[in-house]
Design a protein around this ligand. Structure first.
Ligand code: SF4
Ligand code: SF4
Length: 257
């Protein structure tokens, strides 16, 4: 993991545009980052008088642009530099970064230890941990169509009739497979065989060895971020009762955002 100290406005702009940029990318050609050992020192040296900072936790493996470790200005150690915008898929957590009561920045405790989904294989999670991985986006409750010749999968904006409009939760989650036989109960065992889970689905991401995104409730500490990031289908789908189910092809959507 690497870390970047961001101005609040730059981060808010990133959530609108889908990529993170800051002034140094234009002036120096790269975005300054730090390791866990470096980031508090950097904050205390450079951002002492600045308020409203955010700290971004970034996974190196999912960065789209090159990452190079290079000597810092006036410092004999190597710092990670990202040579391009930071794609938000690489950002796993974002927190408010404020100094302590003594005016000093310290490395946030919540970044200090790995989370259960980072250190435990999916098949060893407790039921509670497994269920908590679901971000509630309800994308898996949308009807999908598969081309029988090419196997290509298309998402529609029509959702299952058992989805509750206001909460975007299943009205009978416990009995979901009984009330809707095509509704699959996801398990660590069948996950690898299911190829239609949305790319943003937490189970799919972890099964593919990818990190959870910054907007996931376990990272953001609340469900609102899933809607704010445009991942939830709440308010954006057509209930099954209002669709012409014989012509689902009329409801294909290119981008689930
Ligand atoms: S797509 Fe995945 S994360 Fe989203 S509601 Fe379905 S199971 Fe949960
Ligand atoms: S039965 Fe519930 S969980 Fe299954 S697709 Fe319908 S709304 Fe979603």
């Amino acid at each position: 993991m690497i870390y970047h100290i961001a101005l609040r406005q730059d981060w808010e702009d990133a959530t609108e545009t889908g990529i993170y940029v800051c002034a140094s990318l234009e002036s120096q050609g790269f975005i300054h980052c730090s390791t866990a050992d470096q980031v508090a020192r950097v904050a205390n040296n450079i951002f002492k008088e600045t308020t409203g900072l955010k700290m971004l936790q970034i996974t190196e493996e999912t960065l789209e642009f090159p990452l190079r470790y290079e000597q810092g200005e006036d410092l004999p150690e190597l710092f990670p530099h990202v040579y391009g915008p930071i794609n938000l898929e690489a950002v796993t957590q974002v927190i408010d970064f404020d100094p302590d009561d003594n005016g000093l920045y310290i490395f946030p405790e919540e970044f200090a230890h790995p989370k259960f989904w980072q250190e435990t294989s999916l098949k060893y999670l407790t039921l509670e941990q497994w269920e908590s991985l679901c971000d509630g986006c309800a994308r898996c409750c949308l009807y999908k169509i598969q081309d029988i010749d090419t196997d290509e999968l298309f998402y529609t904006n029509v959702a299952c009739r058992f989805l509750e409009a206001e909460t975007c939760r299943c009205t009978d989650y416990i009995h979901r497979h009984d009330i809707m036989p095509t509704c699959i109960i996801l398990t660590p065992r069948n996950l690898a065989e299911i190829d239609w889970m949305p790319e943003t689905c937490a189970y799919r991401l972890l099964n593919e060895g990818k990190p959870l995104r910054w907007w996931h409730p376990l990272n953001s500490h609340g469900p609102d971020s899933v809607r704010a990031a445009g991942i939830s289908i709440c308010g954006k789908y057509l209930p099954e009762e209002q669709a012409d189910m014989d012509h689902l092809e009329n409801y294909i959507v290119e981008d689930l955002q």
